[in-house]
Design a protein around this ligand. Structure first.
Ligand code: ME8
Length: 518
C-alpha cells in the first residue's frame, strides 16, 4: 500500500434534498480520491451528513416528526445521491451516531483541560419564534417602530448562559499558519481569511441552552454544543478518534478538506484553533471551491430553478455530468451549467473526439486485422511524434490534477486527443488498407496504445465509461492505475497473450437535448 491520503467533503445539512452544489462537491472530491488512488496513494475518502442544530429541529417540528426520524429519512437521500453519481466514499458519517457524540465530547474535554473554555453570558436580540439570535444590523423595523427579526418575528434582548471558546488567543498562531504554507487554497480565499483574522478575533460562543437537538456539553447537561464544534469534529470521528491507533494513526492529519467558499472561515479559523487547543495535529489543506450557478443564477425555490442532480445524471449519464463539471468549471471559481452547455461540451470532447477515436480505432482493428494486436511493427517519425504528444498531454493532466486544476488537466488531455485525431486523418488507415497494409497495421497499433493510455489517464473523471472501454482492450482491472502508464512491456505482453479485439461498443454516446430543455 502507498502513502496514506485522507480527503473529505463537507458534511451536508440534510434539511432538504441534495442540490447541484452537493453533487459538485461530491464529484470533485471523488475525482481527487480516484486520482490519488491512480497515483498509488492509500486513499481514505469520507463524506456524510450534518444532522444537529436548530434548522433540523425546526424543520422536524414543521413536519410534525421527530428530528431523529427526519434525519434518518433525509440522510438517505444523500447516500442515494452518492450511489447515483458513482461516489466511491469509504465512510459516510452521520453526526447523530453515538461514536460521533463520544469523539466530539472528547475534543471538548481536551479544549477545556487546556483552559480554553469558560462559562459566561451570551447577549443578543433573540426571537423565541425563530429560536435564533440576530445581530443588531440584521433587525428590521415593524410598523409600530418595534424591532423585528429578518423573518418579521418579535425579538427581545436576551441574556443566556453560554460556554465560550478562547478564539482570541489563537490569532497569531493562525496567522503564522496561513503564512507558512498553503493551508488555505485558492490563494484569494487565503487572503480573505488572513485579512479577517488580522482584524481581530472575538471569543466564540460554543454552547446553547435554548434547544437540545445537539451534543451535550460534558458536565453541563443543559447545554448543547454549537453545531460547528460538532460538525467539524466529524473528520476525526470517522477515523475512530479518540482511539488514536488504527485508522486515526494511519490517516490523520487529513491531507485535504474540500468545502465550498461559504464555509472557508469555519474550516480555516475555528477548526485549526479547536485542534491547536486540543493538541491534535492540523489538517494539511482546506480548499474552498466556488459555487455552481444555474445559467448564471443561484438556484432557489422561489425562482423555481432547482435542479435535481440525480435527474441530470439520468438524462445525460453520470460520466458526462462528472466530465462536464470538472472540465467546465475552473476549480476554486464559480461556474455555470445548463443542459445546452452539458450537451455541447460532452458531445464535442467525449463523443466526437475521444469516443470517436476509440471507436474508430478498435473497429478498424476488428474489421481489418481480425481483431489481432501485434507488437514490433516498424515505427515512423509521425508515430514517434504522436507518442510524444500523448505522453506530454498525460503528464500535463497528472501535474494539473495533483495541483487540483482539473479543467487545465483535462485541457491538456484534450490536446493529446486532438493530436491523435489529426494523426488518424493524416495517416488515413482506411486508404492504407489497399495501398500499404503493413503500414495500416502499424498505424492501428499506435492508435491502440495511445487510446489505452488516454483512457487510463482520464479514468478518475469518467470511471464507468473508461472501465467499459478498457474491458474491450484486454486491460485487466488491476492494470488501470497510473503505474500501468509507465509499464514498458504491457503491449508486448498483451500481443503475446493472443488477445483479440471484439466488435467494439461505443462508450461515450452522443447526447441529445431533452425536449423540455430545448
Ligand atoms: O455548509 N455550489 O452544509 P451545506 C457549490 N453542514 N457548492 C455548494 C453550493 C453551490 N451552489 N451550495 C452549497 C454546510 N455548496 C455544513 C458543512 S462541514 C463540517 C459542515 C457546498 O449542506 C457548501 O459550500 O449547506 C458546502 O461545502 C457543502 O455544499 C454542503 O453545504
Amino acid at each position: 500500500m502507498g502513502e496514506p491520503y485522507y480527503v473529505t467533503t463537507a458534511i451536508s445539512y440534510p434539511n432538504g434534498k441534495p442540490h447541484i452544489g452537493h453533487a459538485y462537491e461530491a464529484i470533485a472530491t471523488d475525482v481527487i480520491a480516484r486520482n490519488r488512488k491512480a497515483e498509488g496513494f492509500d486513499v481514505r475518502f469520507q463524506t456524510g451528513t450534518d444532522e444537529h442544530g436548530l434548522k433540523m429541529m425546526q424543520k422536524a417540528r414543521d413536519l410534525g416528526v421527530t428530528p431523529a426520524a427526519l434525519c434518518d429519512e433525509m440522510s438517505q437521500y444523500f447516500k442515494d445521491m452518492c450511489d447515483a453519481l458513482n461516489i466511491g466514499y469509504d465512510v459516510f458519517i452521520r453526526t447523530t451516531e453515538p461514536r460521533h457524540h463520544e469523539a466530539t465530547q472528547e475534543l471538548w474535554r481536551r479544549m477545556e483541560a487546556n483552559g480554553d473554555l469558560y462559562l459566561d453570558r451570551y447577549e443578543g436580540w433573540y426571537s423565541i419564534r425563530d429560536e435564533a439570535y440576530y445581530d443588531e444590523s440584521e433587525l428590521v423595523e415593524g410598523e409600530g417602530g418595534e424591532k423585528l427579526s429578518p423573518q418579521g418575528t418579535p425579538v427581545e434582548w436576551t441574556v443566556e448562559e453560554s460556554w465560550f471558546f478562547r478564539l482570541s488567543k489563537y490569532q497569531d498562531k493562525l496567522l503564522a499558519l496561513y503564512s507558512s504554507g498553503d493551508f488555505i487554497r485558492p490563494e484569494s480565499r487565503r487572503n480573505e481569511v488572513a485579512r479577517f483574522v488580522e482584524g481581530g478575533l472575538r471569543d466564540l460562543s460554543v454552547s446553547r441552552t435554548s434547544f437540545d437537538w445537539g451534543i451535550k456539553v460534558p458536565g453541563s447537561e443543559n447545554h448543547v454544543m454549537y453545531v460547528w464544534v460538532d460538525a467539524l469534529t466529524n473528520y476525526l470521528t470517522g477515523l475512530g478518534f479518540p482511539d488514536e491507533s488504527g485508522d486515526y494513526a494511519k490517516y490523520w492529519p487529513a491531507n485535504l478538506h474540500v468545502i465550498g467558499k461559504d464555509i472557508v472561515r469555519f474550516h480555516a479559523i475555528y477548526w485549526p484553533a479547536f485542534l491547536m487547543s486540543a493538541g491534535v495535529p492540523l489538517p494539511r489543506q482546506v480548499f474552498g471551491h466556488g459555487f455552481l450557478l444555474n445559467r448564471g443564477q443561484k438556484e432557489s425555490k422561489s425562482l423555481g430553478n432547482v435542479t435535481d442532480p440525480i435527474g441530470l445524471a439520468e438524462t445525460f449519464g453520470v460520466d458526462a455530468l462528472r466530465y462536464f463539471l470538472m472540465r467546465e468549471v475552473a476549480f476554486g471559481q464559480d461556474g455555470s451549467y445548463s443542459p445546452e452547455a452539458i450537451v455541447t461540451r460532452c458531445n464535442a470532447e467525449l463523443a466526437n473526439s475521444f469516443g470517436n477515436l476509440a471507436q474508430r480505432s478498435l473497429s478498424m482493428i476488428f474489421k481489418n486485422m481480425d481483431g489481432v494486436v501485434k507488437a514490433g511493427l516498424p515505427q515512423s517519425e509521425a508515430d514517434a511524434t504522436l507518442f510524444a504528444a500523448v505522453k506530454d498531454g498525460i503528464a500535463g493532466l497528472r501535474k494539473s490534477f495533483t495541483d487540483l486544476a482539473f479543467s487545465e488537466g483535462l485541457e491538456s488531455w484534450m490536446r493529446a486527443v486532438f493530436a491523435c485525431n489529426q494523426y488518424v486523418d493524416e495517416q488515413a488507415p482506411w486508404a492504407l488498407r489497399k495501398s500499404d497494409p503493413e503500414r495500416m497495421e502499424a498505424v492501428l497499433m499506435v492508435l491502440f496504445q495511445v487510446v489505452r493510455d488516454l483512457a487510463i489517464a482520464v479514468r478518475p473523471v469518467v470511471p464507468t465509461a473508461i472501465d467499459k472501454l478498457l474491458d474491450q482492450m484486454g486491460q485487466g482491472a488491476d492494470a488501470r492505475n497510473y503505474e500501468a502508464l509507465d509499464s514498458a512491456d504491457w503491449f508486448t505482453a498483451l500481443t503475446a497473450s493472443g488477445y483479440k479485439v471484439d466488435k467494439p461498443q461505443g462508450v461515450f454516446p452522443r447526447l441529445e437535448l431533452p425536449e423540455e430543455a430545448a
